[in-house]
Design a binder for this molecule. Structure first.
Ligand SMILES: [Zn+2]
Length: 206
């Protein structure tokens, strides 16, 4: 059953309020979306404060990231959202945040990915049922050319059908879910793991 535009817009507004309050979407950063149909997504418009979104602050795009609403400008990173909807039909919501921990950890990690292992909370990710499995999170270098960045993300997604999220270095996190609630759960799990990882690294150094 697909949800109405108004229902999905409300989910995006509620997600924005929650993510802003947690400090994971400061200033006008971040963007959120939900799948409206097989060929359309509902996305936050460019440049809005994410803790104060209204029903008019979302727009419909096609799955190539083009606005289907005259006069409304989609977020710069729209293509990274539609890429995920095109990758998997079961994805119903995509969240992108700019937290301090995601930013710092992705800058500290010089390798191309982070691997989380032996954390109980890994089970919050879709498809993970044990702390014994590993969660690999790729880190892509930041790029203002979003089409070029998407072209780097695509081969990773194709090689890793179980991928649950990725980082952009010095920038932020992308994760998703079948519904908004699942995407929010994965954001919380990632933020918990990022914070643990930074604390472990800080203690190891002292
Ligand atoms: Zn961003």
């Amino acid at each position: 059953m697909s949800l109405s535009r108004e229902h999905l817009a409300q989910q995006i507004i509620d997600a924005g309020r929650f993510l802003y309050e947690r400090g994971w979407s400061p200033a006008t950063s971040s963007n959120y979306s939900a799948r409206l149909s097989a060929s359309e997504a509902l996305l936050t418009v460019s440049g809005k404060h994410k803790g104060q979104l209204g029903l008019d602050d979302v727009l419909v795009t096609d799955m190539q990231g083009r606005s289907l609403e005259a006069g409304k400008k989609p977020s710069a990173e729209t293509l990274l959202h539609t890429q995920l909807y095109n990758w998997k039909a079961e994805i119903g919501a995509v969240l992108h945040t700019h937290s301090v921990n995601a930013t710092v950890l992705s800058r500290l990690s010089l390798s191309d990915s982070l691997v989380f292992a032996d954390y109980e909370l890994q089970k919050a990710f879709t498809g993970i049922s044990s702390h014994e499995s590993q969660v690999e999170v790729p880190i892509f270098d930041n790029d203002q050319d979003i089409a070029r960045l998407a072209a780097k993300v695509q081969p990773w997604l194709e090689r890793h059908p179980d991928c649950v999220g990725y980082l952009i270095r010095g920038h932020g996190l992308y994760t998703w879910g079948a519904q908004m609630s699942g995407a929010l759960r994965q954001i919380e799990a990632f933020e918990f793991l990022f914070e643990c990882e930074l604390k472990v690294r800080a203690l190891h150094k002292s």
